[in-house]
Design a protein around this ligand. Structure first.
Ligand SMILES: C[S@@+](CC[C@H](N)C(=O)[O-])C[C@H]1O[C@@H](n2cnc3c(N)ncnc32)[C@H](O)[C@@H]1O
Length: 243
């Protein structure tokens, strides 16, 4: 039987996702990435860990900001190889690995910043995962996280007649890019709010912020539809933790 990371990694949908997330009006470009960037501390001369690096957006951002080193991890071999082939920079190290499992190749107490944007939804058990995040972060270092909003998942599943119960914690199969020429399947976990918060509260991290930001003027300009949508219901949760 396949383990979770073999099911959730983007190898089968790498090309589709690159195209999908790269669109100017994608939620990634209009909402996820600007809100994650807005929560990052200064990256110049810092050791940055990009977990679930995927297309490499945050890896490139961190390198561009003058990071001392960037370590980028993703369970998709295709995406990791693409990133390593595309960015030739001696400050960059890449690993193909499951972030829900121990990552012994990462040094303890080393990273100033972990960026983990829209990746936690692929991991079932966050308790050992936060222990591992805590191990590798330097004291005073931060983890900047974007993750699915349980209420947004509730509304989405209800609208699609797939709601079991708000409290159901389960992996779902979903189809994205439904309005585009090539819809593609993904697998991820949905969980109620207390299952988002409990592992963080239980961890040794201090919770700095938990936000559900509204869309900005750029979003309004580029995609009034997405803007209207995000003014009425939450998109993602943005969380900052500190060691
Ligand atoms: C939505 S994408 C992240 C988007 C990224 N933040 C960006 O802006 O381009 C999710 C990524 O998580 C990766 N992933 C899924 N399960 C994983 C796991 N267990 N461990 C590590 N990466 C995983 C997928 O391969 C995919 O590249």
């Amino acid at each position: 039987m396949k383990n979770d990371a073999e099911i959730t990694n983007y190898d089968p949908i790498a090309e589709e996702f690159i195209r999908h997330a790269g669109r100017e009006n994608s939620w990634n470009n209009l909402y996820e990435r600007p809100n994650t960037v807005a929560r990052l501390p200064e990256l110049k001369e810092k050791n940055v860990l990009d977990l679930g690096c995927s297309t490499g957006f945050f890896t490139e951002y961190a390198l561009g900001q003058g990071a001392k080193s960037v370590t980028s991890v993703d369970a998709s071999r295709k995406l990791v190889e693409r990133l390593a082939g595309r960015i030739k920079d001696k400050r960059l190290t890449t690993h193909c690995a499951d972030i829900g499992s121990p990552m012994p190749f990462l040094k303890s107490n080393f990273y100033d910043v972990i960026i983990c944007s829209l990746v936690l939804d692929y991991i079932k058990d966050w308790v050992p995962m936060f222990e591992e995040f805590y191990r590798v972060v330097e004291k005073g270092g931060r983890a900047v996280i974007a993750t699915g909003h349980p209420f947004a998942s509730y509304l989405y599943l209800e609208r699609n007649n797939r709601l079991e119960s708000y409290f159901a914690f389960r992996m779902i199969e979903d189809t994205w890019g439904i309005r585009g020429p090539r819809p593609f399947k993904t697998h991820y976990y949905i969980r109620p709010l207390h299952e988002v918060l409990r592992p963080m509260i239980q961890s040794k991290f201090k919770i700095i912020s938990i936000d559900e930001p509204l869309p900005d003027e750029r979003c309004k300009e580029i995609s009034p539809e997405t803007y209207e949508d995000l003014m009425e219901r939450p998109g993602f949760l943005f969380i900052v933790l500190e060691k």
